[in-house]
Design a protein around this ligand. Structure first.
Ligand code: CP3
Length: 354
């Protein structure tokens, strides 16, 4: 395997010195890029795109051909695990993911099992190794998974939700049943991320998109505890290099200290907190990734550059910051605005590193 030509992302995750702040964008391969929409049309459906290693590789590399990004992220989805558990995933036009067989009864839950990383999810590992080979050491490859709580919201609700009515009723009335779901998911995520690492992922991120809808007590019991179990079960070093792990709880700003206690290397920040305060709170324990409001990309390139400048200044001097948006890039963003964002990080950040 070729040596890594650009390792500033991996170094910053481990709080080692870098020449400038590394940058990548959540959802960097996606619908805001016309070339993504073309490949997606060629694949047929979104899941067909995920299952085709050549096309999944092609869309992973698309943003890297346009922009000087410091990492690639596997093109796939967090819902591959529940799909592999036989819940009948489909992406309905305009309404997002739908599960035909949501988890509602104890009998549904008793049927759950840890999917086989070869026969059920081998297509994801094939995509990882195809992408890693195609990158040829240009930048590191990020693998990812959803958190058990976030995956469970889709599996129990049967799709996206605004109120989380069904899963929260289960959490209050049938906590044991929910814990049973979360346990199988945590074991599945450990096996899934470790298989991605063995296939070539050089860092991993756990997306806890919906942890922030919980009370502090419920966050600890139903989300953080399972992420801590995952961090504990991950391969820490592979192929002679540390494999850093990033925890991202959207809306989790008030829990950074507890998140750092899991042993994760880095925490993802959304845009609802100041990065200088976050840094003061976590000190040298973890790196921080984020935290620009993705809606800034609707503004002019000049205004985008100004916002990048103020986040860099707020973080201040030294390593341990990976620039990113506070959540995924929206599909309506103009590619030139994403470019202005990334260029601003490249041009304005060296002064914060010596
Ligand atoms: O970041 C990347 O470029 C890698 C690819 C990636 C996708 N989904 C591709 C995708 C990643 C990391 C994800 C994670 C994901 N998927 C999350 C967690 C991240 C977050 O945004 O908080 C969640 C909650 C999902 C579940 C999911 N997948 C939903 C709710 C949807 C539909 C909503 C939408 O945006 O349309 C998807 C589909 C999806 N996953 C798309 C992409 C590019 C759009 C599908 C399409 O092309 O039609």
């Amino acid at each position: 395997m070729a040596d890594l030509q650009n390792d500033r992302f991996l170094k910053a995750l481990l709080r080692e010195p870098v020449d400038r702040t590394p940058v990548w964008m959540m959802r960097q391969a996606g619908r805001y890029l016309p070339e993504y929409r073309a490949t997606r049309a060629q694949a047929g459906s979104f899941m067909d795109l995920c299952r085709n290693k050549e096309l999944a590789c092609e869309v992973t590399l698309q943003p890297l051909e346009r922009y000087p990004l410091d990492a690639a992220i596997l093109f796939s989805d967090i819902l591959t695990i529940p799909d592999a558990m036989g819940l009948g995933l489909r992406f309905a036009q305009g309404e997002g993911p739908v599960f035909d067989k949501p988890l509602r009864t104890q009998a549904d839950v008793d049927k759950l099992y840890v999917p086989d990383m070869g026969s059920d999810l081998g297509y994801v590992m094939d995509a990882v190794s195809t992408i890693r080979t195609a990158l040829n050491g240009k930048v590191p490859l990020i693998g990812f998974s959803g958190s058990p709580w976030t995956l469970a919201t889709y599996m129990v609700e049967g799709g996206s939700s605004k109120t989380f009515a069904i899963i929260k009723a289960m959490m209050f009335d049938e906590p044991k049943m929910l814990h049973q779901i979360l346990d199988v998911l945590a074991d599945s995520v450990i096996a899934y991320l470790n298989a991605q690492i063995q296939a070539g992922a050089q860092a991993v991120q756990i997306f806890d998109t919906w942890g922030g809808v919980l009370t502090p007590r419920d966050y600890n019991e139903f989300s953080l505890r399972y992420m801590a179990k995952i961090v504990d079960g991950l391969i820490k070093e592979y192929d002679g290099r540390k494999v850093p792990c990033i925890l991202f709880t959207k809306g989790g700003g008030q829990w950074l200290e507890a998140m750092a206690d899991t042993g994760a290397d880095a925490l993802g920040l959304d845009w609802t907190m100041n990065i200088d305060e976050a840094r003061a709170r976590v000190g040298n324990r973890v790196a921080l990734q984020g935290n620009m409001d993705p809606a800034v990309l609707y503004a002019s390139p000049e205004r985008i550059r100004q916002e990048v400048g103020s986040i860099l200044a707020a973080y201040g001097k030294g390593t341990g910051h990976i620039f990113n948006l506070g959540h995924g890039i929206h599909p309506e963003i103009k590619p030139e605005h994403a470019e202005a964002f990334i260029k601003a990080v490249v041009e304005l950040s060296p002064q914060y590193h010596s």
